[in-house]
Design a protein around this ligand. Structure first.
Ligand code: PMP
Length: 395
């Protein structure tokens, strides 16, 4: 039987960028030592108080269908959080609760693209972006950035990429680069969106993991609230990856259409998960800081391990649970380096090539094992880089 082009071409090259990760899992299954620094998954689990709230809600009966756009009180609490953080007036009607940020990314593109229309996104990018755009019927078009510009998008590239495009997807704080877009960058993005009449889809799922500078939401820039759709999630902020809860934020008219989409796709998010999210958000920034604190500590450990290394350099990590390491001085590609590091040291990292073309010659390190194991892994990684590639330095 014939399948749709849409489903069979979701990953056009048959390569999903997860080859090193799969090899790492095979190593683990074979009982070999492994330090897994690949996935964006906390090493702590969801806090007991959040689980208690989930349990209570389920036992009190919230196991039936929940309101499709989300519980009123949760939508209101998300709106309050957004307004407090950005200063942009936000109502519950601007918020749709979704099963994670991933679902919100899909919904946002469904809302703004007609079949075959082009959606822009910035390279390097979170691995699901092009497939998500294709799943929504769109044509993904990457706008490359450069390592020497710290992977910030360039105005000319944004202005000229794919004439006729309908939307631009950005991600700040950024996965995989660990960068935060500053105000001038966001202003450039806003100007381009206005000039080209683009929807801006702003993925802000790492908004609580900022180490230097501030997270700025482009929705807060003048005249941008009407053309910006924000992706939010409790996965990273509250270590709730498995609970699948996030939101889409945007103009009321967009949200009400996306509610229709949710009715015909996800049918909402379980009520007990939403109640747990309501309770977690009620604890305010203190809990968010507690959950992000390990990454801040490990970033400092990494800086110490990398100081003075010449074959591996870290992009200054402003934010997120990741480090982007430039390993070009070893002469290896990101894939070659990651495979050799796995083989030699049992340390699994993601090749930069898994995130597009712009981060070739880099690897992304997730800071997601305990401090001692992380510090040790970074020391071994640096040592390995010093011994590797570049001809005569190899031992
Ligand atoms: N956006 C980015 C940039 C991500 O890194 C992730 C998850 N790693 C997501 C969106 C989706 O997260 P979730 O669906 O768990 O909210």
């Amino acid at each position: 039987m014939r399948l749709s082009d849409r489903i069979t071409t979701l990953l056009p090259h048959g390569d999903d960028g997860w080859g090193v990760y799969r090899k790492a899992l095979a190593r683990q299954d074979a009982g070999l030592p492994l330090t897994m620094l690949t996935l964006g998954e906390h090493d702590i689990r969801t806090a007991p108080a959040i689980l208690d709230a989930m349990d209570r809600a389920a036992r009190e009966g919230q196991t039936g269908y929940a309101p499709v756009p989300g519980l009123d009180r949760l939508r209101a609490r998300v709106a309050e959080r957004v307004e407090a953080r950005t200063g942009v007036p936000t109502r519950p009607e601007n918020v749709l609760i979704t099963p994670g940020g991933q679902s919100a990314l899909f919904a946002a593109h469904m809302a703004v693209l007609d079949p075959g229309e082009t959606a822009l996104f910035i390279d390097p990018y979170y691995a699901t972006y092009p497939g998500t755009i294709r799943a929504a019927g769109g044509a993904p078009h990457a706008v490359a950035t450069r390592p020497d510009a710290r992977f910030h998008p360039d105005r000319a590239a944004l202005e000229t990429a794919a004439p006729g495009a309908r939307s631009l997807l950005i991600n700040t704080p950024n996965n995989p680069t660990g960068q935060v877009y500053d105000l001038p960058t966001l202003e450039t993005i806003a100007t381009v969106c206005e000039n080209r009449d683009l929807w801006l889809i702003s993925d802000e799922v790492y908004d609580t993991q900022v180490w230097t500078g501030d997270h700025l939401s482009p929705r807060a820039l003048p005249d941008m609230a009407d053309r910006t759709l924000v992706i939010g999630s409790m996965s990273k902020s509250h270590a709730m990856t498995g609970s699948r809860i996030g939101w889409l934020l945007g103009p009321e008219a967009v949200i009400s259409h996306v509610e229709d989409l949710a009715t015909h796709t996800t049918y909402g998010v379980p009520g007990y998960i939403q109640s747990a999210a309501f309770s977690a958000l009620g604890q305010g920034p203190a809990l968010e800081q507690e959950i992000s604190a390990p990454f801040r500590r490990r970033r400092a450990l990494a800086e110490a391990a990398l100081a003075g290394a010449d074959r591996v350099r870290s992009l200054p990590t402003d934010a997120s649970m990741y480090l982007m390491l430039d390993i070009r001085p070893t002469g290896l590609s990101g894939i070659e380096f990651a495979e050799a590091l796995l083989e030699d040291q049992g340390i699994a990292v993601m090749p930069g090539e898994s995130f597009g073309t712009a981060a070739a010659g880099h690897v992304r390190v997730a800071m997601t094992v305990d401090d001692d194991a992380f510090g040790d892994a970074l020391t071994r990684l640096v040592d390995f880089a010093c011994r590797t590639g570049g001809g005569d330095a190899r031992q």
